[in-house]
Design a protein around this ligand. Structure first.
Ligand SMILES: [Zn+2]
Length: 401
């Protein structure tokens, strides 16, 4: 049975907003998105916006117990030490509890697609049984020869036992250039390419990272020494070499988290994506994020929150609103795209979700609007603090006001 909804505004994202438009849903699929007057609606949701389900392209649900415990500072290595202390003090039952809490918050905020970096891939069981789509990126860490070997073996065995299901797919996340051996990047790249899986890497996040790679200097040297994990011979020479190792054939979906200090090539690959985590980025006190330059050069940019160790919330809409406030020169349509369709494209799931498009899954959120007019309807959703009130996933209301 087809149900047709109308609202004050519908934002398909792959086309202009439709005032009093309609969206028709048959089972779990969108069958039509049309301007006012084309089709009679069964349900009028009133003064709200209907948006595609939100996409959080970079988070770590397993760190959800860290909210407010170690606020980020410009001393990146001190923050890393706090994260490691936290991880070492946790039982696996606590980790699972944190994953569930992070998922609950993500769902409440209207997230219908997540890119989750997961130690030992632990979030798979929870995410694959929830009303959300997710790529679970198995996190791989190992700079010394021994640790790199063990990490690669663990990844291979996890991958072999985790084939994709309807709403959950595997990926791999070689953590960062300061924690992953060159040969391990290469092993992950070959394996991801062979099995057509996405890769997520924290890249060019700090100047400490560049100092370590280029000059074998800086605060990360002492940090790695403390962990017994320093091996200069294992380091990749620079961040572009990391990209080349992860994607030797330039056709693996690659998600570069942060890229704060990255200089993209003149002809960026359509498979390579920058994931900008706005409030996390701001909390570490970096210079302004170069996402506008990236967009101008044709690099796809999607939004993420990163974890609750560096962000107060797992709310992609709040990230979009933060970007809009800080960079009012960026059109609202672009900001909304970064929070939806660009994330779905980056995660390789845009054929199914990320926009309100006939044929795609009916993954959408309902957002109440203020009683005011605006020349640009995007400002009604971005210049507001009203939260998502209802969420539909695969044609079913999973939360309803
Ligand atoms: Zn991260």
């Amino acid at each position: 049975m087809i149900q047709t909804l109308t609202a004050r505004w519908i934002f398909p994202v792959d086309g202009p907003p439709l005032e009093r438009g309609t969206i028709a849903i048959d089972g779990e699929r969108i069958v039509a998105v049309e301007p006012q007057g084309t089709r009679t609606a069964d349900v009028d949701l009133g003064n709200v916006a209907i948006l595609p389900g939100l996409v959080n392209a970079h988070t770590h649900l397993d760190l959800s117990g860290m909210r407010g415990k170690c606020p980020p500072t410009s001393e990146f290595t001190n923050w890393l030490r706090a994260v490691i202390r936290h991880r070492r003090g946790q039982t696996s039952a606590q980790v699972m509890e944190d994953i569930r809490a992070g998922l609950a918050e993500s769902l409440k905020c209207g997230t219908t697609l997540l890119g989750d970096i997961a130690v030992q891939g632990l979030s798979w069981t929870v995410l694959s049984q929830s009303s959300i789509r997710a790529i679970v990126f198995f996190e791989v860490i190992g700079l010394t020869r021994e640790r790199a070997y063990d990490a690669d073996q663990a990844w291979i065995s996890w991958r072999e036992s985790h084939a994709g299901v309807l709403n959950c797919r595997p990926g791999v996340s070689p953590h960062a250039p300061y924690s992953v051996r060159m040969s391990l990047f290469s092993a992950c790249g070959r394996s991801a390419n062979y099995h057509q899986l996405p890769i997520a890497v924290h890249l060019a996040e700090t100047t400490d990272e560049l100092d370590l790679l280029q000059a074998h200097q800086g605060p990360l040297v002492a940090f790695l020494q403390e962990l017994g994990a320093l091996d200069f011979d294992g380091l990749t020479p620079n961040v572009d070499a990391v990209i080349a190792l992860c994607d030797p054939f330039a056709r693996t979906p690659l998600l570069l988290a942060h890229a704060n200090y990255w200089e993209p090539p003149s002809e960026p690959s359509p498979y390579h994506n920058v994931i900008y985590c706005p409030r996390t980025h701001a909390a570490f006190g970096h210079p302004p994020h170069p996402f506008r330059e990236f967009l101008a050069r044709g690099v796809r940019v999607a939004l993420g929150t990163d974890s609750l160790a560096s962000n107060p919330e797992l709310d992609v809409l709040a990230e979009a609103r933060f970007v809009h406030e800080k960079y009012p020169d960026v059109p609202g349509a672009i900001v909304l795209r970064m929070a939806t369709l660009s994330g779905a494209e980056a995660l390789g799931w845009a054929d199914e979700t990320g926009s309100l498009t006939p044929g795609k899954s009916a993954d959408l959120v309902v957002l109440p609007l203020a009683n005011r007019e605006s020349a640009d309807p995007h400002s009604l959703i971005l210049e507001s603090n009203l939260p998502v009130s209802s969420v539909m996933f695969r044609g079913q209301w999973t939360r309803q006001a």
